[in-house]
Design a protein around this ligand. Structure first.
Ligand code: ADP
Ligand code: MN
Ligand code: MN
Ligand code: MN
Ligand code: MN
Length: 369
C-alpha cells in the first residue's frame, strides 16, 4: 500500500461521547437515512454515501437508483464520470439504528452495462440457472488489523512478536489484540441481519476470522460484502485499519484466506458424499480457472499465499483430502463420517470477490461449464 506513514489515528483520538449526544436528538419520523454501499474499481474496497428518504423502504425495488462519480473510484474517466447505483439488498443500519438502512448496490456504467468490478451481475445469472440444486455457501473471512503505519496492530515497533502457536483462538493480553473490534463487528452483523456463523482469533497475532453462512445463492456475496463494510466501519471508529491482503506479513507468518464451504441439496442428503466426490473431480479439471477467479488480480495475490506452507496448498497443484488443511479441497472429517454434507475450497484469498468465487464454483460443479 502506498499511503504516507501516519502516526496514531486521528479517529481514535476523537471523543465519541460528544457524538452520542447528537444521537439523542429526535429526527422527523418520516425521514430515513439510507447509506448506499458499493464495490469500487479496486474490486476489493467499498465506498458508501447517504441520502435522505421520506419513506421507510421495505424492498430494494422501492429505492431510487442513484449515481456517483466513477472517476473518483477508479471506475470511469473524468470526461464521462457518472456511474449508476442499483439497490439490490437492504439491511437495518447498526450505526444509525431506528428506521435507517444500509443499501447494498451493484454498479453500472453510463451505457447501463455492468461496471468491470460488478461481478454480482453474472453471479446472479449463474445462481438463477442453478437454483434447483439449492447451492449453499459458507465463507470464512480472515482479516488482519493494522496500525496507521500499516504494521500489524499490537506488534512491537521495529520488532516482531514471538513465533506462531499461542495466538489461534487465544485468550489473554499477550495472545490477542483488539478483541473489541471482533466483538463490536459481531453484534453489528447480527443487528443488520447478516447470517454470521461465528468468529475466532487466527494463527498470526492481530489476525481474526468471521464466518458468514450457510447462505443460499447470491446472498453469500451480498452478506459477505455488507459484513466487510461493517468491519471496516467498526474499525474506523477505533482508529484501526483492516486489511484483506492475503499475505500481509511475508515470512513465517500465516496468510489470510476466505475458505469457501459449498454444498448442493444432493450433497446434503443421504450418501451425498458421492456428489461431493463428483464435484471434486470436476474442480480438479478446472484448477487454473478457479485460481484466476480467487483473488482480484487473476491469481497474483494468491501467489504470495498459496506456497504449500502455513496450512495452504501449492498454487500450482490441485489436491483434495479428508481433514487435510494442506489440500486445495478439504472434506471435513464429520462429513466423511456421515457420508454427506459439504466440501471446503481452501484456495480463495481473503481479498477475493465472493460473487466471483461462488459463481465459478457453481459454473464448474452445478452447470458443468
Ligand atoms: P473451519 O473448520 O474450516 O475453520 P468454520 O467453522 O470456520 O470451518 O466455517 C465453516 C463454514 O461452513 C461456516 O461458515 C458454515 O456456515 C459453513 N457451512 C456449514 N455447513 C455447510 C453446508 N452444508 N454448505 C455450505 N456451507 C456450510
Ligand atoms: Mn458533489
Ligand atoms: Mn474457520
Ligand atoms: Mn481460519
Ligand atoms: Mn476453513
Amino acid at each position: 500500500m502506498s499511503n504516507p506513514v501516519l502516526g496514531n489515528s486521528p479517529n481514535a483520538a476523537i471523543n465519541k461521547n460528544i457524538l452520542a449526544r447528537y444521537f439523542q436528538i429526535p429526527i422527523p419520523e418520516n425521514k430515513v437515512q439510507a447509506m448506499y454501499i458499493w464495490i469500487d474499481g479496486s474490486g476489493e474496497y467499498v465506498r458508501a454515501k447517504t441520502r435522505t428518504l421520506d419513506f421507510i423502504p421495505k424492498k430494494p425495488s422501492e429505492l431510487p437508483i442513484w449515481n456517483y462519480d466513477g472517476s473518483s473510484t477508479g471506475q470511469s474517466s473524468g470526461m464521462n464520470s457518472d456511474m449508476y447505483l442499483y439497490p439490490v439488498a437492504i439491511y437495518p443500519d447498526p450505526f444509525r439504528l431506528g428506521n435507517n438502512k444500509l443499501v447494498l448496490c451493484d454498479t453500472y456504467k453510463h451505457d447501463k452495462k455492468p461496471a468491470e468490478t460488478n461481478h454480482r451481475h453474472s453471479c446472479l445469472k449463474a445462481m438463477e440457472a442453478a437454483a434447483d440444486q439449492h447451492p449453499w455457501f459458507g465463507i470464512e473471512q480472515e482479516y488482519t488489523l493494522l496500525d496507521m503505519d500499516y504494521r500489524p496492530f499490537g506488534w512491537p515497533k521495529g520488532g516482531f512478536p514471538g513465533p506462531q502457536g499461542p495466538y489461534y483462538c487465544g485468550v489473554g493480553a499477550d495472545k490477542v489484540y483488539a478483541r473489541e473490534i471482533e466483538e463490536a463487528h459481531y453484534r453489528a452483523c447480527l443487528y443488520a441481519g447478516i447470517n454470521i456463523a461465528g468468529t475466532n482469533a487466527e494463527v498470526m497475532p492481530a489476525q481474526w476470522e468471521f464466518q458468514v453462512g450457510p447462505c443460499e445463492g447470491i446472498s453469500i456475496g451480498d452478506e459477505l460484502w455488507v459484513a466487510r463494510f461493517l468491519l471496516h466501519r467498526v474499525a474506523e471508529e477505533f482508529g484501526i485499519v483492516v486489511t484483506l491482503d492475503p499475505k500481509p506479513m511475508p515470512g513465517d507468518w500465516n496468510g489470510a484466506g476466505a475458505h469457501c464451504n459449498f454444498s448442493t441439496k444432493a450433497m446434503r442428503e443421504a450418501n451425498g458424499i458421492i456428489e461431493i466426490e463428483k464435484a471434486i473431480d470436476k474442480l480438479s479439471k478446472q484448477h487454473v480457472r478457479h485460481i484466476t477467479a480467487y483473488d482480484p488480480h487473476g491469481g497474483k495475490d494468491n501467489e504470495r499465499r498459496l506456497t504449500g506452507k502455513h496450512e495452504t496448498s501449492s498454487i500450482h497443484d490441485f489436491s483434495a483430502g479428508v481433514a487435510n488443511r494442506g489440500a486445495s479441497i478439504r472434506i471435513p472429517r464429520s462429513c466423511a463420517e456421515e457420508k454427506k454434507g459439504y466440501l471446503e475450497d481452501r484456495r480463495p484469498a481473503s481479498n477475493c470477490d465472493p460473487y466471483k468465487v461462488a459463481e465459478t464454483i457453481v459454473r464448474t460443479v452445478c452447470l458443468n461449464e
